[in-house]
Design a binder for this molecule. Sequence first.
Ligand code: 13P
Ligand code: SF4
Length: 337
Amino acid sequence: MITTMPLAEAKKNLERKGFLALDVDPDLDFEHEIDRLKKEKNAIILAHYYVDSEIQDIADYIGDSLGLAQTAAKTEADLIVFAGVHFMAETAKMLNPEKKVILPDLKAGCSLADSCPPHLFKKFKDRYPDHVVVSYINCTAELKTLTDICCTSSNAVHVINSVPEDRGIIFAPDKNLGTYLQKKTGRDLILWNGTCMVHEIFSAEKITKAMVRNPDAELIAHPECEEHILQKAHFIGSTSQLLRYTHESDTQKFIVATESGIIHQMELKSPDKDFIPAPPNNTCACNDCPHMKRNTMEKLYLCMEYELPEVILDQWVIDKGVACIDRMLEISARAGL
Ligand code: 13P
Ligand code: SF4
């Protein structure tokens, strides 16, 4: 992996410090230790809604991709600890090149980011030299160097609408979000064919059955879901928009078509309402992101103790890639997001 300290090197560093995974005292109070390290190191823990609830509960900030980027952009902490996935930690590093950014597990990647290798995207982009490139933030740092404006699911409509009508747009890497944006904005987007492994496996058949069994429930869905799922949804939005909707709506029951980690915050905000995870197309009852779920309390403690693994990016990647994130943050601020 070129954009981070390789795992072998990170492991060697840990071994040099006499650390072995088995050394962790099973009786250690992780919550207490993490809190101690947070104060000692002037660290901030940023967590996405999809990580385990115990990590959400000790984070300094929990949010969607936009909120996390905005918080990273203005933090005064010395150490940024990212309980999320790789592209999120990379974004925080690009916004804070002088700070140390660490994440509990270097293998916490993203199928969507992986579905768009920069060298192939470069060839694709070269076929449309006059087009503006809008990339979902769920992409690698290197892909951001080939991007004009970044977006998240919270601000994607504003970002697309900010591009002059007479300019063509390439949208990468999520074809489902792209298809949804074409409908919302009326713009004709050239789509890269990428998907999120979590949002593409919801079962329309099982969701329909859940809706029949729960006629008083509303289906709410993330725009990374496939079109046939979105067509059934009463409300579509980013994780933070789904959370706000469930809290503000008069409806008491929701079938939630996104990663099940968000349900923790929904239940905290609206303890009297019912939340049913939308079933996927396999034998599991709910839909977890295996990358987000790589974050554990033990790994969080270890990464804060040893300040490893660290996100390290080439300077040219930071210099070139941060411009599309800055543009996204400007558009969001103008839109009051
Ligand atoms: P948001 O939290 O921005 O809605 O994104 C969801 C997601 O898939 C993050 O990986
Ligand atoms: Fe990537 Fe999907 Fe997991 Fe989000 S939920 S990190 S888009 S694989």
